[in-house]
Design a protein around this ligand. Structure first.
Ligand code: ASP
Length: 421
């Protein structure tokens, strides 16, 4: 019998999860609530993905950077990557801003929405929780780049510190005499291959993991939660879709000169994993695997562009922050002159760099934007009910943008084996 390709298996699992989660939210298996089973399986899949991150990122960056060798090569890759990140995040935010101004989701028949829609019951609790975690300011991002203890950084999932260390390690490995360099680089090449092998194994379970994670969401968050803020959810979804299916493919065609349909196909497993895990960081091993093995980008480029992207490039998040802040302003009848809107754009850009690639991380950044622009912070209670579902979508966009960056940078570096089939 012909085996169904992995991306189809995952897609089918996703559809089945939506159906089962919605149709049988209260089912039980042998006395055990089905949501508990989903929770267990989902957590197992998330743990397996997270387990891969530190060794895979370390090995991949060291091998990739040791192959770049020269300071010029390194600098060029850095400038292109950061330039792409800035450009796409800005495009995403401006797109969100335009749509939120046109669609005005915060008004119902011309009246501010907060007069008719109640805040979520857990708003206070969530705000207290959110204010405990802070998103990094730009200064803090720089501080995190140089961690005092590399082991602690790895243990705490402080990827930026780990990335800096791996970049330096790879760079200086390249400067060694061949006799010293070779055993070191070979060792990390071996580790890299082993980690890709384990990633493949974990991905074999992706259909089950995706099913459990998504079914849990649909079984516990009824779709009726969206109704009061449906227009807001639609604005975000439309903007995210335009960014994913128009803006980024155009960049792939114009800057990368590749076929975007092929890229979508290559990235399907990673996109669905991002959708179900809500976490760019947990998806990183899968997106590295897809970009390298399915899209054909070299390890040198993948290892440089993707870990950095999962940490600092979040188009979907930046777009969401901007739309959410503007929505809350509209919902409370607050006028937003051009200068304030500009502040929102800048803050969305800067905070999206500091937001961690974990579920619901945007909420922290939105609170910062609301505080900085004098908007009512409790307005966040209007979006809590739909945050989880929208998080799934924006995380998918976050990782897709990183992968487009890898393809575009690789093409500009003269790579020719990309998206050949
Ligand atoms: N969950 C998102 C991510 O991991 C971050 C966010 O927007 O909350 O990319």
């Amino acid at each position: 019998m012909k085996k169904i390709a992995l991306h189809w298996q995952i897609l089918i699992a996703l559809i089945l999860a939506v159906i089962c989660g919605t149709a049988f939210p209260d089912a039980s298996i042998g006395g055990l609530a089905v949501t508990e089973v989903y929770d267990f399986l989902g957590q197992l899949f998330m743990n397996a993905l997270k387990m891969l991150i530190v060794p895979l990122v370390m090995a991949s960056i060291i091998v990739g950077v040791a192959g770049i060798g020269t300071t010029e090569g390194f600098g060029r890759l850095g400038v292109k990557t950061l330039g792409y990140y800035m450009l796409t995040s800005l495009l995403a935010i401006v797109l969100g801003l335009a749509l939120v101004n046109v669609m005005q989701p915060g008004l119902v028949e011309g009246r501010p929405l907060h007069e008719t829609v109640e805040l979520a019951a857990n708003t206070e609790e969530k705000l207290a929780e959110v204010s405990e975690h802070s998103t990094d300011s730009v200064m803090q991002v720089f501080l995190r780049m140089v961690p005092p203890n590399i082991i602690a950084a790895a243990a705490e999932g402080q990827m930026l510190g780990l990335i800096t260390f791996a970049l330096l390690f790879g760079f200086f490995a390249a400067q060694l005499t061949p006799q010293r360099r070779e055993p070191v680089v070979r060792f990390w090449e071996g580790v890299n291959d082993i980690m890709l092998g384990i990633t493949d194994l974990v991905m074999k379970f992706a259909p089950l993991g995706v099913f459990a994670l998504v079914a849990k969401v649909f079984a516990t968050t009824g779709l009726e939660a969206i109704v009061p803020v449906l227009w807001f959810a639609l604005t975000v979804l439309l903007a995210l879709n335009l960014h994913t299916f128009v803006v980024l493919p155009l960049l792939l065609i114009v800057l990368g000169r590749v076929n975007p349909v092929r890229h979508f196909k290559a990235m399907t497993p990673a996109m669905i994993t991002a959708f179900s895990t809500d976490s760019s960081m947990a998806t990183l091993p899968v997106s590295m695997d897809c970009v390298e093995r399915r899209a054909g980008v070299s390890n040198r480029t993948t290892s440089f562009v993707l870990p950095l992207g999962a940490t600092i490039n979040m188009d979907g998040t930046a777009l969401y922050e901007c739309v959410a802040a503007m929505f809350i302003a509209q919902a409370y009848g607050v006028e937003m002159p051009f200068a304030t809107q500009f502040t929102v754009v800048m803050l969305a850009l800067l905070t999206s760099v500091g937001v961690a690639g974990v579920p619901s991380a945007s909420l922290v950044a939105i609170v910062i934007i609301l505080n900085a622009t004098g908007l009512p912070v409790e307005g966040i209670g209007l979006i809590l009910a739909v945050d989880r579902l929208l998080d799934m979508c924006r995380t998918t966009v976050n990782i897709f943008s990183d992968s487009c960056g890898a393809v575009i940078v690789a093409r500009s570096e003269g790579e020719t084996e990309i998206l050949k089939a």
